[in-house]
Design a protein around this ligand. Structure first.
Ligand code: F3S
Length: 389
């Protein structure tokens, strides 16, 4: 990799060990993937915020980092934590709460913004064509495919390194030629709802590995449907970009076809139990948009969540504030609108939750592994119906 004089000084430790380590991580990655230079980024999105997922091991490094004067060089948003500020904050042990608060404090000290959401693009949409270092897979694929920004699927350490330097190695999806579709996915199923878009993504993601697909047969998907498609794709495979608008050379591409039965099978395969008596109904993976919260409010208005059922709608603090009147409707019905967290990154087992219903293919994918719970994938309508008496 060719470094500028200034980058070399950072690499040689003139600005302290923390920037030096960050630069070394970026150069190592650049060398591995054949990049020749670093390019500036507009923002970073940092994962590794939930104490449940993080554990104690990386804390020492974050503590050492925060004890220096090291600061992020670009706007740096953060992924969800293990707690929301209201409903869940009293439900876990003092140790869990204190550790999570400590992690947040460390990120704050290095200058990251505690947005605590996996949908940072609802707070501020990155500009088309700008370069990013985003480490939440559902956010990275949305930024590339729907917003036209450029990011690789960063890991927690590489996104943090990029945030501290303000640059990324120029490879992968930062280069226009790697953003072109190289496989055609013909969808011969008429998708009925967001949940089915997520299931389509999950099915196709497994087949694609890291290819860039062009979908045909999706009439006019909404942004919420595209969000589910991307989250599904990224949860079962390594794909970090898709196309859904017609392109000129599509007939020359290798092609796979998806039929209605493939989507149906995927829904069944992701569901480990039938939709009966879940202890938790979870909407909001990835975090809900304003539209999605409005939809849940419309569906639940005038109904009542069963006494023995938890009904969670997860979103960012930013969207929750904007959705005040819908939040009131959902909470009046006995549901909870949680900000800053989600059912995957908090300790649902400690709440004796072993059966979950969700409308998200990504959440269905991770519930059995990260939460050791059973799961059913169902539409928002069915999720609301099963939660209410
Ligand atoms: Fe977000 Fe949690 Fe899903 S962090 S993408 S809601 S697993």
């Amino acid at each position: 990799m060719h470094l500028t004089k200034q980058e070399e000084r950072v690499y040689n430790g003139e600005y302290g060990w923390a920037y030096q380590i960050a630069m070394k991580i970026l150069v190592r990655l650049g060398d591995l993937f054949g990049a020749t230079q670093l390019i500036p980024i507009s923002s970073a999105h940092l994962s590794g915020v939930s104490y449940k997922i993080l554990g104690d091991a990386p804390l020492e490094f974050l503590e050492a980092l925060a004890s220096t004067e090291t600061k992020v060089q670009v706007a740096s948003t953060t992924n969800p934590s293990s707690l929301d500020p209201e409903y869940l904050s009293t439900k876990f042990s003092e140790k869990q709460r204190k550790k999570q608060v400590h992690v947040l404090d460390l990120y704050k000290r290095i200058g990251a913004t505690l947005t605590l959401t996996c949908t940072p693009y609802y707070l501020e949409e990155p500009k088309q064509g700008c370069h990013l270092a985003w480490s939440e897979s559902s956010a990275a694929i949305y930024a590339n495919s729907v917003l036209g920004a450029c990011t690789n699927r960063e890991g927690g350490p590489s996104a943090l390194a990029a945030a501290l330097i303000g640059k990324v190695p120029n490879h992968g999806l930062h280069q226009p030629e790697n953003r072109e579709p190289n496989i055609l996915v013909k969808v011969e199923a008429s998708l009925q709802n967001q949940m089915e878009y997520g299931a389509l993504g999950s099915h196709v993601g497994r087949l694609l590995k890291d290819k860039v697909p062009l979908f045909t047969g999706l009439p006019t998907p909404s942004k919420d449907e595209l969000k589910q498609l991307g989250a599904g794709l990224a949860s079962s495979g390594m794909t970090c970009m898709f196309h859904y608008q017609k392109r000129v050379h599509e007939q020359k591409l290798e092609t796979i076809t998806v039929e209605a039965k493939d989507v149906k099978n995927e829904i069944e395969n992701l569901s480990t139990i039938s939709l009966e008596a879940p202890e938790l109904v979870f909407i909001g993976c990835p975090h809900c948009s304003l539209n999605e919260i409005r939809k849940v409010a419309q569906l639940i208005e005038g109904r009542k969540v069963k006494g023995e059922t938890e009904f969670w709608v997860c979103t960012s603090g930013h969207i929750k504030q904007k959705a005040k009147k819908y939040v009131d409707v959902i909470e009046k019905a006995g549901g909870h609108v949680l900000s800053d967290t989600c059912a995957i990154v908090t300790w649902i087992k400690d709440l004796q939750i072993y059966r979950v219903a969700t409308n998200s293919a990504k959440a269905a994918h991770y519930t059995p592994t990260l939460n050791k719970a059973e799961v059913t994938l169902a539409s928002i309508e069915k999720c609301v119906a099963v939660a209410c008496s």
